[in-house]
Ligand binder design. Structure first.
Ligand SMILES: Cc1cc2nc3c(=O)[nH]c(=O)nc-3n(C[C@H](O)[C@H](O)[C@H](O)COP(=O)(O)OP(=O)(O)OC[C@H]3O[C@@H](n4cnc5c(N)ncnc54)[C@H](O)[C@@H]3O)c2cc1C
Length: 362
């Protein structure tokens, strides 16, 4: 059996990893020019790594990622959560001090950034071959029950087809709905289901500010902040043990507002907020990193640029065709949104492919 995996985020790579231990062969196509998808780490040097996508995993509730990290022999860093945290309301009153445990629960980061996880995973797949810059556009079921996927190379604009026995789509559901033509057409129930699964963090942007010293720690502050004044809504310490100190934040500013601002003005607003919260030392920063996911068309659709008000219902869509599989974090009912959910969805798809392969052999 020969399979096409569409997407090389953590779910696509984990699928490749699992398939590489079977007789099932596979190709991977990836719209970007890199692996990782939403995993994006700035690495100005070996000791400095700052995650602009996912940062944490939660060891007490996420066994799959814990096991993978162990297997890949990666080192981890406990999230700094000592000292007090700050709560800034929109009431012109002084900032309040709150317990750090109220802001962040026990979680960890990976040395080298989350990028280290996908790079190590990629390294251990012996037969991996990824066609980068290759964007799936259409899938057609052929009379002999095989499938032809048509993809376009983003650089050369050349079209290419892949004839395979099965396809695993790992892109976010709304992107799948908008960008891929299905023949036969997706049933209405599947379309509605895909549209009802917003891309996790699709409306978010992240800013990271680096410093020589974690000066907030000297004032017995954790670096954690909840702010209703913004522009950052949540702030955390992401100091690297042997490199720079750093604070990162998620934005409270909506995508429509952010998109009207220049990068310089966003940077200015973020630094002014950090000065307001942590004092003048916050003005002497080293680097500012910024990533707005709401503008990334390999992750989001127009509909994702609205902030998610409540936690979405994630899980598998209704049945379509036996040899078409859906993996990716939004397809996991238990940990959808997180890296753990992406890994679980990959295992789920893998188990189903094995069943189809077994049935084919009989
Ligand atoms: C700002 C931010 C912070 C986050 N923080 C955390 C955190 O701290 N902890 C945590 O557990 N999770 C966090 N997450 C969520 C985490 O990043 C995701 O759960 C996980 O990375 C999703 O992986 P995936 O493989 O399912 O999807 P993706 O990473 O989105 O992979 C899909 C892949 O498909 C590719 N693709 C798209 N369209 C096509 C096409 N037409 N043809 C070919 N390829 C295509 C994409 O380029 C991408 O590589 C965060 C996410 C963001 C954005």
């Amino acid at each position: 059996m020969h399979v096409l995996i569409v997407g090389s985020g953590i779910s696509g790579l984990r699928l490749a990893d699992l398939l590489s231990n079977t007789d099932i062969t596979f190709d991977i196509i990836e719209a970007r020019n890199r692996i990782g998808g939403r995993i994006l780490t700035e690495t100005p040097s070996v000791d400095n790594y700052f995650d602009l996508g996912p940062t944490w995993f939660w060891p007490e509730k996420e066994p799959k990622i814990v096991q993978l990290i162990e297997e890949l022999n990666l080192s981890t860093i406990e999230q700094y959560n000592e000292g007090q945290s700050l709560l800034e309301l929109n009431d012109n009153k002084p900032v309040k001090y709150i317990k750090s445990s109220e802001v962040n629960s026990y979680c960890k980061r990976i040395e080298g950034g989350i990028k280290a996880l996908v790079e190590a995973l990629y390294q251990r797949i012996p037969t991996i071959n990824i066609d980068f810059n290759t964007c799936a556009k259409a899938i057609k079921q052929n009379d002999n029950q095989t499938f032809t996927v048509t993809a376009v190379n983003k650089c050369t604009e050349e079209e290419r087809t892949y004839d395979v026995d099965a396809v695993i789509f790992t892109l976010p559901p709304r992107l799948l709905f908008e960008n891929i033509d299905f023949t036969p057409m997706l049933p209405e129930t599947v379309k509605i289901d895909l549209l009802n699964k917003p891309t996790w963090m699709g409306a978010q942007a992240k800013a990271i500010v680096t410093y020589d010293q974690p000066f907030w720690r000297m004032d017995e502050l954790s670096g954690n902040v909840i702010s209703w004044q913004g522009p950052l809504r949540e702030i955390y310490d992401v100091t690297t043990p042997n490199g720079d100190s750093a604070l990162f934040g998620f934005f409270g500013l909506a995508p429509s507002y952010r998109n009207k601002e220049t990068l310089a003005s966003i940077e200015d607003k973020v630094i002014n907020q950090l000065v307001r919260l942590f004092g003048e030392q916050a003005r002497s920063y080293k680097n500012f990193y910024y990533k707005d996911w709401s503008q990334d068309d390999n992750t989001v659709t127009q509909g994702d640029t609205l902030n998610i008000e409540s936690f979405p219902t994630y899980g598998q869509p209704p049945a379509y065709l036996d040899n078409i599989f859906f993996a990716g974090t939004e397809y996991d009912a238990n940990n959808g949104g997180h890296l753990e959910g992406a890994l679980a969805s990959a295992e789920h798809a893998f188990n189903n492919i094995k069943k189809v392969d077994l049935a084919k052999e009989k």
